[in-house]
Design a protein around this ligand. Structure first.
Ligand code: APR
Length: 246
């Protein structure tokens, strides 16, 4: 395993980091790996629940077939996440929002650890495990403070489901479009802890690059995006991102 060292941060990357005004960061499960959240694919062990692979229990079909089972799985994950804390990668990214005049944080993660680290206005393209949503009127209910979820929709009394993008579902309108717009305007784009396999989120760095942005990937492993990047920092996000503060 590559150990993270400041030497990896090239002088060009350092200069662009100091000069940038419009910066976008896209994160994936890898940014939370050092907090103890298992990743889905590379680097960590993939989750299985009661014999069901995560992409079965976390699917739109399962909401139709057995919503209580889906809630049991997400209630369990919320219970685990409640005990976990942001790591130095989340903390560095939270600091960056006060460094760059126009800073955008887009995450594929539903764990809320960016917000726990102090990040504001996080674009959550896959939703959040800390919200429930009504299956018919789509009202949303925050569960972040007491993590207790309402039995049914407080507006129309229909069933509630996790407000996350499940397998087999499209992204909710709005979040991705805003992220794509910001990607097309940024000068510097960091892609941190994602396997860059799941679209449309994996398309955001391509939008940034083709709009002229300088692209930096942070990952202990190569991904399909690596060859497309201007610079690749090989190592753990929690060890590499704080190096930019130096
Ligand atoms: N720092 C940086 N990157 C890391 C670290 C770390 N400490 N540990 C692992 N990684 C990298 C892995 O090498 C891998 O490339 O993080 C990536 C995690 O990839 P995935 O598990 O595929 O997660 P992600 O890219 O976020 O998945 C995208 O797929 O399953 C769906 O909806 C789910 O949001 C998720 C989406």
């Amino acid at each position: 395993m590559h150990c993270a060292s400041a030497s990896q941060i090239t002088s060009e990357l350092g200069e662009r980091f100091r000069a940038a005004r419009k910066v976008l960061v896209l994160t994936g499960a890898g940014v939370s790996a050092e907090s103890g959240v298992p990743t889905f694919r590379g680097g960590g062990n993939s989750a299985v629940w009661k014999g069901m692979p995560f992409d079965v229990i976390s699917s739109a079909q399962m909401v139709e077939r057995d919503l209580p089972a889906v809630w049991e799985w997400f209630d369990y994950r919320r219970g685990v996440l409640k005990e976990l804390s942001p790591n130095p990668a989340h903390q560095a990214i939270a600091r960056w929002q006060n460094v760059f005049p126009e800073f955008t944080l887009v995450t594929q993660n539903i764990d809320g650890l960016h917000q726990k680290a102090g990040s504001r206005e996080v674009i959550e393209v896959h939703g959040s495990i800390w919200r429930a949503r009504c299956v018919s009127c789509h009202s949303r209910f925050d569960m972040s403070r007491d993590a207790v979820r309402p039995e049914a929709c407080l507006h129309c009394a229909d069933r509630l489901r996790p407000d996350v993008v499940l397998f087999g579902e499209m992204l909710p309108p709005g979040a991705f479009e805003l992220a794509a717009e910001k990607a097309s305007q940024c000068e510097l784009c960091f892609v941190v802890g994602t396997s860059s396999l799941v679209y449309p989120a994996a398309g955001l760095p391509e939008i940034a690059k083709s709009s002229g942005a300088y692209l930096c990937e942070v990952n202990p492993e190569r991904t399909p995006l690596s060859d497309f990047c201007d610079v690749v920092l090989t190592g753990k996000a929690g060890e590499l991102l704080p190096l930019f503060d130096q």
